[in-house]
Design a binder for this molecule. Structure first.
Ligand code: HEM
Length: 127
């Protein structure tokens, strides 16, 4: 087999630009900003580590922080369906901004969509 890892197809530079573009939007989003720290630099640093390994690259997140246990790490926050939609919208716009296109984008986004649904732990206020 000779399959290129998504991490290699996207490239570290583009991945890092994606994460920065993403948190720039998160920090301005009315549904998301209230649950995130004001300074998103450490959050972005961890997300670069996490997405590197999520895409098949080296296990940078686990090496520094242990098993991701992503759903458990999100339990302190109210992750509503509205916030999951907002998170994914910020990611979609960030993908546009960095010029990520084609099947590698579609596959990455599809995985993020499923992971985002898995993070939901709180209903919307009107439910
Ligand atoms: C951390 C929100 C989905 C990966 C966080 C934090 C918040 C948050 C508030 C804490 C930030 C901090 O204190 O630094 C959300 C919301 C989501 C969502 C509203 C909507 C569904 C996701 C998804 C992924 C992800 C889909 C992965 C694909 C992470 C990682 C961290 C994190 C790796 C850092 C964990 C750590 O502290 O070590 N998220 N998140 N999140 N999130 Fe999410």
């Amino acid at each position: 087999e000779n399959k290129t890892l998504p991490f290699e197809a996207i490239g570290e530079g583009t991945l890092h630009r994606l994460v920065d573009a993403f948190y720039h939007r998160v920090g301005m989003h009315p549904d998301l900003a209230p649950i995130f720290p004001d300074d998103l630099s450490e959050t972005a640093r961890k997300q670069k580590q996490f997405l590197t390994q999520y895409l098949g690259g080296p296990p940078l997140y686990t090496n520094e922080h242990g098993h991701p246990m992503l759903r458990a790490r999100h339990l302190p926050f109210d992750i509503t369906p509205t916030r999951a939609t907002a998170w994914l919208a910020c990611m979609n716009e960030a993908m546009d901004e960095v010029g990520l296109e084609g099947p590698v984008r579609e596959d990455f986004y599809a995985r993020l969509y499923l992971t985002a649904q898995h993070m939901i732990n709180t209903p919307d206020d009107d439910e």
